[in-house]
Write a protein that binds this ligand. Structure first.
Ligand code: PLP
Length: 372
């Protein structure tokens, strides 16, 4: 019998929320003469440096630019290699490739979907210059063992914390373990500036270099003199205005994201046929997206058909990330069975702060009903 359960209105996969003073601050930025750089940029950097307890926090035009600044400041270039997970958003691998750096893809844990030290180890060569853990969906990689491994080998760590803003590992914020941590403030992310990002570090030298690379290699004190060949990765004051307003309400944003995670876990945590991403006791996650792995016996129609069936019920969902092996036209990667299985089985579900408990009930009822 055809499944007729359709939600009354379209439920998007993500939706930005405004919490308080976003419009007021954006208007203030537009009404001032500060529409490129300006006081909101400085304030956002200070707010985030305070929250993260880090020496330097540098805004950037997006999360990919933050990774680019990080790699440039570490002096990475042609002939070097970085180790990235085979399952995750490909920004670090893509930026690496654009810079002539070879991304080497590592396996991930089948339950947490995150890269571990033991996955990194077989990928290390004499050309490895950085390990780039990605904290997939808001989970956090086991940073204690990754950092211990990296420091034994003398390799830098750039944490791609784009999806794990405010998530913690062992009580410590993700992004603060590595040599550099990077974030994205894209519209779907935990805090957003529309497009935007940030790199944080405790190393003054790297902070200074990233600031130079971000702004044409210019120092403000000497007009048109380029210290180095830089880029333009700057965030605008208008965008930073949104970020400042969001930082004022961060606790509420975190609370709502945790509510959503718990509500999904309540419905799907013990449902036979789907398994949720696993968070070890050390992780206190603030999820960017709630994602589940569907069992191919329970859902013989396959993940991609389930995505379509959800869409037909007015619910937008997304597949897992494609692996580098699956994107042979871009990257070289050996077979990584766990990454490949996750890539084909994961569905990420709508996750945004104003998603109601009633909508979550509906989404889960629908997903359960598609089980054969
Ligand atoms: C893990 C990860 N890294 C990097 C990025 C890139 O961030 P942006 O889109 O802000 O460039 C994203 C998201 O888009 C991401 O999910």
């Amino acid at each position: 019998m055809a499944d007729v359960l359709v939600y009354k209105e379209f439920i998007p996969w993500a939706k930005p929320s405004y919490w308080g003073k976003e419009k007021e601050y954006a208007l203030e930025a537009i009404s001032s003469s500060w529409i490129s750089g300006g006081p909101f940029v400085d304030r956002l950097e200070k707010d985030i440096a305070r929250y993260y307890g880090c020496g330097r926090a540098l805004t950037s035009s997006n999360g990919t630019a933050a990774l680019h600044m990080a790699f440039l400041s570490l002096g990475l270039g042609p002939g070097d290699e970085i180790i990235v997970p085979g399952f995750g958003f490909m920004a670090a691998a893509n930026v690496g490739s654009l810079m002539g750096i070879k991304p080497v893809f590592a396996e991930v844990d089948p339950d947490t979907w995150c890269m571990r030290a033991e996955d990194v180890e077989p990928c290390v060569t004499e050309r490895t210059k950085a390990i780039v853990p990605i904290h997939n969906y808001g989970n956090v990689c086991p940073m204690d063992t990754i950092m211990a491994f990296a420091s034994r080998k003398g390799i830098a760590v750039v944490e791609d914390a784009a999806e794990s803003f405010a998530s913690r590992y062992d009580g410590k914020l993700s992004g603060t373990f590595g040599t550099i941590g990077t974030f994205s403030f894209h519209a779907t992310k935990t805090i957003t500036t529309g497009e935007g990002g940030m790199a944080i570090t405790d190393r003054q030298d790297l902070g200074d270099l990233m600031a130079l690379y971000r702004s044409h290699g210019l120092l403000r004190k000497r007009h048109y003199w380029h210290e180095i060949t830089g880029h333009n990765f700057r965030l605008t004051n208008m965008q930073a205005a949104l970020g400042c307003a969001q930082m004022e309400r961060l606790e509420e944003i975190i609370r709502e994201r945790k509510r959503i995670h718990l509500a999904y876990a309540g419905h799907l945590g013990s449902f036979d046929g789907v398994s949720m991403q696993v968070f070890t006791p050390k992780v206190d996650p603030v999820l960017w997206a709630t994602a589940v792995k569907i069992d191919s016996v329970a859902y013989p129609q396959g993940r991609d058909i389930v995505l379509q069936q959800m869409l037909a019920a007015n619910i937008e969902t997304r597949p897992g990330f494609y692996t580098a092996f699956g994107m042979k036209h871009l990257h070289q990667s050996g077979r990584l069975p766990v990454c490949e299985a996750l890539s084909g089985q994961i569905i990420s579900l709508p996750t945004f702060p104003t998603l109601s408990d009633e909508q979550i009930d509906f989404i889960c009822t629908k997903l359960k009903g598609l089980r054969r």
